[in-house]
Design a protein around this ligand. Structure first.
Ligand code: PAF
Length: 412
């Protein structure tokens, strides 16, 4: 494992690793480009961070963990000075988890000297609506600081994927939004909350808690679970769910709630009802420690996917399962066939991936509700034209696997 504290060292290392692989790729036709996973952290690593690192390790050739306590995201009265600094232990944990690079710059390395000069730094400003709720209301400037440092880290590392915990749900939603709005070429991977047996969500700030406070803090998750039970019993109304959380929180008077809110998990706008999904989130003070926790309440039908080799009867099984459970059946095979038909019709070469990407992003693809249409073949339209028969032709069958394998098609 390598430790870099400078941008120059990090960039040089990543450049060398990527170009080594490129050279290998020129010799070996099937050598894939290096994929890089970034896990941004502020250190004081715990099992929650390790779950992100393990996921990154599974998905990528190279794993970079950044450890940087970002001054920009702390308010004047917050815990920047006392935030746990445990670089040596963090490095050991990273080494054991198979991390390739730890990037641990100083504030002046990352921001230069401009941090001390008011308004001298270019910052990333998340949408006002996304910072108007939850922690954004109580931590002015926090998400601007997070968005700025995450954007810098993404620019420096240029990872294929970056990993964030669902525990900081507002941060995750804002990072996803920033990446989409600024067209940053990275996949944001969200990882589930890791909890202690008691239900307490792991956090670097749990270190501040006394034994007694740690036990009091378990009321956060218990109160979310009360609301979750109510929700599962069919109550989708925000005011009832919030009342259930608050009622449980009052059983531990030393826990002082800052907010309890139910918002849309993507836009973060407050909800009156959970239609599809809702993010139920809490922040509370226990002694001098501020903790957050959340659950996502989902009120939508499950998505089932069946994978396997061609010709083993996947479609038949899926259609029957969908019919029995009353679910919508999406025939991805027909979607790929439709795109293949479109490419062939347009005269674009089958290996001209940029042109295919343009075609795919502009085309209107419609599939008939396939369960309703059973037992006849469901209809497929491309740009308003009925192609149900055409996509079953021998020419389309011959080329569909080439087209389906292209990222521009499969990612869409
Ligand atoms: O979640 C954190 O630890 C921080 O907010 C992050 C994403 C590393 C940015 O400083």
């Amino acid at each position: 494992m390598r430790l870099f504290t400078t941008v120059a060292g990090l960039r040089c290392y990543l450049h060398l690793r990527r170009s080594e692989q490129e050279r290998a790729g020129q010799k070996l036709a099937d050598a894939n480009p290096v994929t890089v996973g970034l896990v941004p952290t502020m250190g004081a690593l715990h099992r929650g961070h390790l779950s992100l690192i393990h996921r990154a390790r599974q998905d990528n050739h190279l794993v970079v963990v950044s450890i940087f306590i970002n001054p920009l995201q702390f308010g004047a009265n917050e815990d920047f000075q006392t935030y746990p600094r445990t670089l040596e232990q963090d490095q050991q944990q990273c080494e054991q988890a198979g991390v390739d690079v730890v990037f641990a710059p100083t504030a002046s390395e990352l921001y230069g000297t401009v941090l001390s000069v008011n308004n001298a730094l270019t910052q990333v400003l998340p949408p006002a609506a996304a910072i108007a709720s939850l922690c954004g209301r109580f931590r002015p400037g926090h998400f601007e600081g997070v968005a700025t440092v995450v954007t810098k880290l993404l620019n420096l590392v240029q990872p294929d994927r970056a990993y964030f915990g669902q525990k900081d749900a507002q941060q995750l939603a804002i990072v996803q939004r920033v990446v989409a709005d600024l067209n940053v070429p990275v996949e944001i991977v969200s990882c589930p909350i890791v909890r202690e047996m008691s239900g307490l969500a792991l956090s670097s700030r749990n270190q501040y808690l006394t034994e007694e406070e740690r036990s009091q803090a378990t009321v956060l998750y218990r109160s979310l679970q009360q609301a979750e039970q109510l929700f599962r019993a069919g109550n989708l109304k925000s005011s009832d769910l919030l009342t259930a959380v608050q009622a449980e929180l009052t059983t531990v008077p030393t826990v002082k709630p800052e907010y309890v809110e139910l918002v849309d998990p993507v836009t973060l706008a407050p909800l009156e009802w959970v239609e599809e999904s809702g993010l139920l989130a809490i922040a509370a003070h226990i002694g001098s420690t501020r903790l957050i926790d959340n659950v996502v309440l989902r009120n939508r039908q499950p998505i089932l996917a069946i994978d396997g080799p061609a010709g083993v009867g996947k479609s038949t099984v899926v259609r029957q399962v969908a019919q029995t459970l009353g679910l919508l059946y999406l025939d991805t095979g027909a979607m790929y066939r439709a795109v293949t038909w479109l490419v062939m019709q347009s005269g674009v070469a089958l290996d001209d991936q940029p042109a295919i990407a343009e075609l795919v992003s502009q085309c209107q693809l419609e599939l008939e509700n396939q369960v309703k249409s059973l037992p006849s073949t469901p209809k497929v339209w491309v740009n308003g034209q009925d192609v149900t028969q055409a996509i079953r032709s021998a020419e389309v069958t011959a080329h569909v696997s080439t087209i389906a394998a292209q990222p521009a098609v499969s990612d869409r």
